[in-house]
Structure formats: structure tokens, C-alpha cells
Design a protein. Sequence first.
Lengths: 263, 233
Amino acid sequence: MIAVLNGAFDDISKAVRLYRVWIALAHEDIGDQHRRTTLGPLWMLVNYFAFVSTFVFVFVTKDASNPSYPAYVAIGMLVWFYLSEIITMSVSLFQREASFIQGTTLPLFVYVMRLTMQSIIRAGYSLAGCVLILLLSGQGIDTNWLRSLLGLLLIVLATPAFIMVFAFLGAFFPDSEFIVGNLMRVGMFLTPVFWVYSGQEGIQKYAYHWNPFTYFLEGVREPITAGIFPTHALVVTGYICLGTWVLALLLLGRYRKRIVFLI
Amino acid sequence: MTSIELNNVSLVYRLFEKLTLSAPGRRRSNLGGNIAKSGTKQVVQALDDVSFELKAGDRLGLVGPNGAGKTTLLKVLYGIYQPSGGRVSITGKVDALFNISIGFRPEATGRRNIVLRGLISGWTMAEIEEKMEEIIDFSELGDFIDLPFKAYSQGMAARLAFAIATALEPEILLMDEWIGAGDASFQEKAKQRMDELAEKAGIIVLASHDDALIRRVCTKKLTLRAGRVESLT
């Protein structure tokens, strides 16, 4: 067990020292995706606005009594898009990086950080849109925003662990790419991204309480939309983060040298 | 002192049974090499009891039919594959050229690709800036260096890849086949660069099917067959 963890930490420390590589590659990835477009990466902001506005316009009538609904959806979409993207892209990560893995001695964690960095850059554009929507919807900047940052920080800390776990899953079980993709599409409707839970019974109750994504969302959203410190959400998120990191380290330590034979 | 020493090195891949929902007949990983049985598992014996020693100034040509283990041996020397048996002892900084396009971004300029390839090889920004003009000069790309990489011919890509790989004068340079991509003048220039590297107490290992190239560039020849050393001359 100690040897396995040492192997994982060795891979991670080498990758951290190569930070220039994954930062440069992530920037190139983002640049390449929008190189021929007029708006460039601003398209990510436009996409975010389009989704949030659609959901707000479609559902706002049902929740007309809730003035913070646009803020609720804006934060929900920000966190959901981020989590959904890292999970669906992670499953095929090692396959996409096959030429690098089979042709260089870069540590595996470099590819994990490349995707982490890419996702954070993309989320940065959505975050700018989210802040704008919050201000336009009358949510003034106050100390609650700082409490939200704690939730965001936990999500960012959990990101490399999520990526590793799903990347190993995809390497050993190729069909998981499609299974996870479909589950995440369905998951958006089973997670309180745009619907509000207010004590209903039935499937909504289970989808709210037994869904780990709920806690990631509420850890960021509750301070701003409800004005409360999300203790419960942050504790659950913290445990999920810790558990995922332990699993990720064990997978990295045990299987990092075998990935090259699998892809 | 730069050196490579392999003692009874073997590499056995286990054929991983990937978890998949596809039909049983399509479950196996698609790997090359000799398929053997180890208990109930199927394994690929890619290298078997390979031993040799190289010292500073040696230029080794790896030859053998497809699937003989040439590329696998290069990847063991580079550290991509961990041998499953035997001992690999390497003294010296190793660089490798297995794939011309690896690390090159089609949309980025040649100049930006030099930076990216340098970073991937572990260079510092100062080293990249110091070597930039020398790489551009050696590659003879001229104004093409500021055009996207996708506009380059295969020969131009090979020039740039070779110029970068040899710019920091690695003590051990591993190359797989690709050098034939350039034109005659580039090949002559590449040979001169490799001569210089070898004279500076380096080691070069080149895998190729081109006997003439091996004779022109290398001082030793190792023939592999089915993962085993057939001859070393």
C-alpha cells in the first residue's frame, strides 16, 4: 500500500514540476477549439448565457414568487456544466493522450492537470457570465460571495481526483465512455440544477438528498441565494473529495505503468 | 561516462481482458509480439533475454522484421515500458524521436511548436530561448517557421523534429525509423549532426528497416527476431 501511494505521489510531484507543460497545452487546446471563429473563446460565454436564459424563461413562471431564481439557475448551471464536462471528458482521457503516453515519459498526472486546467479556463468564462447574471438579478456583492468561494475551492480540489478515477475507468472499461455520457445527460434533470427542492416527497426527494452533485451545487449556491453558510453541503462535499482522492491515488499508484499497454 | 547496459532484459505484456459489453471474441487488447500462455492468462513476450552493452561514441542500429521488438526495445531504453525481468542500467541524459508529429500542434506556428516540444522534453524557457535561432537555422525552414505546422510537408516536419531533438545535445539519442522522411541534403546534415553527437561521447540507437541507412550511420548492428537477440556485430 505504501509503495503504491509513493508511486502515485512520485508521479504527481514530477507532473507538478512540469507545470509549464500542462498550462501551455491547456491554453493551446482552448485556442485551437476557437481559432477560426470570430468571437473566439467568448463563444463559451455565449453558450452559457443561452442555456441559463432558456431555463430561466421557461421555468420562471412557475417560480415567479422566487426573485432569486435567475441566480439559482446561473450558479446551478455554472457548477453542473463544469462537473459534467470534467467527468465526460475524463472517461476518454488516456485514449485521447495515447500518442503522448506511448511516445514520451511524461507522468500521467500531466494529462490530468492538462484537462483540469482546460476545464478551469472554460469555467472562467462561464463564471464571468454568472457574476453578470447575479448582479443583473439584484444579488449585490457581499460577504456571502466569499462563502461561495469555499464551495468552488472544494470543487477545484476534487477535480484532478475525479478526472483520474474516470480516466482509469475509461481505460479498463471502454464502454463506460458512452454509459457515463448518457448518465450525465440524464443527471442534469435528476440534479437540482434548475428545479427547486422545497420538501416534496417522491423522486425529487431522493434525487435531491441521495445525489452527490446536489452538495457540490448547494455548497456554492446556498450562501448567495439563501444567505446561509452551507455547512452540511460542504461537509458532504469534503468527504466525497477525500474519498475520491484516496481512490484516485490508489489507482494512479497501482496502474500508472500499465496504462501504456491498455490504450 | 555515458553508457547503456542491458542484462537479460525481458518484457512480457499481459493481455488485459478489458471489461466491455462487446462480443467475447473482440475483447482482447490488440498488441503485437509473441502470444504465449502463462497459467490461464495470455501474455505477449515482446523481449526475451536481451543483453548488450554500449559505451560512449557507439551508434547502434536495430534491425529485424516487423514485430521483432525494435520499437519495444527503444521504449524500454527510454523508460516508457518497464521491463518485466532483467536489468537496465543507463547513464546519461536520454532524448528520443519516435514519432515526428508528437507534441506538434497543427494550428500553432513552427516557432510556438519549438516552445511546446521543448517544454515537453523538460527544457526550461531560458534553454528554449537560447536554442530557438539555432533550431530554426538547422531546420532551414526560413519564413515557414512563422506559419502553422499544418502547412509543413513531412520532410519539413522531420527537419524541425530532428533539429529540436538534437539541439540540447542529448547524451543518448533514440530514434525510430523516421529519418528517411527528409530529402538527401537533410539526411546528410542529420548524419553530420549525429556524428557530432557521437564524437561528443554520446550514444545513438536507431531502429530501421533500411540497411543502407544503418550502414551509413551506425557503428554496430543488433538484429532482433521474435524479441530475442539474433546477432550483434
